[in-house]
Design a protein around this ligand. Sequence first.
Ligand SMILES: Cc1cc2nc3c(=O)[nH]c(=O)nc-3n(C[C@H](O)[C@H](O)[C@H](O)COP(=O)(O)O)c2cc1C
Length: 200
Amino acid sequence: MLKDLVVKSRSYRGYDESRRITEQELLELVDCARFAPYSVNGQPFCYLLLHEKEDTDRLQPLTGWAKALPGMKLPHPGKCPTAFIVICQNTEWDSNLSRYLRDVGAVAQTMLLAATEMGLGGIMIGNFSPAKVSEAMKLPDTIVPMLIVAFGKPDEKIVLTEVSSGESIKYYRDDQDVHYVPKRKLEDIVIRANAEKYDK
Ligand SMILES: Cc1cc2nc3c(=O)[nH]c(=O)nc-3n(C[C@H](O)[C@H](O)[C@H](O)COP(=O)(O)O)c2cc1C
């Protein structure tokens, strides 16, 4: 069921480094992203694939993880992702970098769901400097990094919890390194049209 896949597809920050991801697997993910929706069907993205260790080692230090846990350096040593896809915009196809900011999320989530179905996992990383990534990866000026997605075989426990409105939605870890992600309840996020009609 799609919902099971969506629930299983969490943002993982710990991976089994012995399970390298292949280029073929990354190509399958991009082949799914290719069919995502795009505003005015613009399709301005291209995808930098990194799966060799020397390449992932070069990108890893340029990515920021778990800003909400400032005392913790994640991933823990030896638990880094084994592949990255850098979603880039080709400005020769469309130079407007703000036009497709929503589309980037649809593309990234499509790849994460596909990875989950393949028994893998990942995380979107927005905390990076496009200029530094471009320089490190020797990208031409026309190819602009928009969002990074890390992939690997998840090697950590994540627990979803439900919070009532007014409670904290900050993610946290316990002393066993279990990662908890509070989600708002269905009843707290739905706005019904004509609500006053149903309240009677
Ligand atoms: C657009 C976007 C950018 C994100 N960037 C980062 C990031 O730079 N570093 C990080 O550790 N997590 C990042 N995340 C992951 C979120 O922290 C994560 O989605 C959130 O904590 C909820 O956890 P869940 O995805 O398991 O539900 C990002 C998520 C999204 C949607």
